[in-house]
Design a protein around this ligand. Structure first.
Ligand SMILES: Cc1cc2nc3c(=O)[nH]c(=O)nc-3n(C[C@H](O)[C@H](O)[C@H](O)COP(=O)(O)O)c2cc1C
Length: 141
C-alpha cells in the first residue's frame, strides 16, 4: 500500500492532491470477457469484492435530480438485487425522497478500489414498501 504524502510537505493543495496514490487496484478485465447480463456481472463483482475483504462493498453513491434539474448524490447501502432492479431504502420525506418523487430516475455508482472496478446503474426508480415501513425502497436500473 503506497503511503499517503504529508500535505504539509507540498507547496499547495493542487500539488498534494495530484500526489495522492490512486488507481492502485487490479487492471479491469477486457470487456469481451464479461458476461452479457449486467446483473450477473454485478453480482460476480460484489461477491468478489466482499470475498477480498473490501469494506462495505454494498455502499454506493445514489444520484438523483431535483425538480429544478439540479443533480444531487449521497452514499447509501444497497439492500437487494432482484429481477426488478437494485433496491435501497430511505425516508420519503428526505431530500432524496423528494427528488425521486419529483424526478423518478436514479443512478447508483459502486467502486471497489482493490479490484480497480466500478459499476454504474441508472434508470427509472419506483417506490415500494418493503420490510420496514415507513422506510421507502426504490429500484432503478
Ligand atoms: C456508508 C453510508 C451508508 C448509508 N446508508 C444509507 C441508507 O441505506 N439509507 C439512507 O437513507 N441513508 C444512508 N446513508 C446516509 C445518506 O448518505 C444521507 O446522508 C441521508 O440519507 C440523507 O440524504 P438526503 O439528504 O440526500 O436525502 C448512508 C451514509 C453512508 C456514509
Amino acid at each position: 500500500m503506497p503511503t499517503t504524502p504529508d500535505r504539509s510537505s507540498f507547496p499547495d493543495t493542487r500539488a498534494w492532491i495530484r500526489a495522492l496514490p490512486a488507481l492502485g487496484g487490479e487492471t479491469p478485465p477486457p470487456v469481451d470477457t464479461l458476461p452479457d447480463a449486467p446483473t450477473t456481472l454485478f453480482l460476480d463483482w460484489i461477491t468478489q469484492a466482499a470475498a477480498a475483504g473490501v469494506p462495505e462493498p454494498h455502499a454506493a453513491a445514489l444520484s438523483t435530480v431535483d425538480a429544478e434539474g439540479n443533480p444531487d448524490a449521497r452514499f447509501l447501502l444497497l439492500k437487494d438485487v432482484t429481477e426488478q432492479g437494485f433496491w435501497f431504502s430511505g425516508d420519503t420525506r428526505s431530500p432524496k425522497g423528494r427528488e425521486l418523487a419529483a424526478n423518478a430516475v436514479a443512478a447508483l455508482s459502486f467502486y471497489w478500489r482493490e479490484q480497480g472496478r466500478q459499476v454504474r446503474v441508472r434508470g427509472p426508480s419506483s417506490k415500494a414498501i418493503r420490510h420496514s415501513p415507513p422506510a421507502t425502497s426504490a429500484n432503478g436500473r
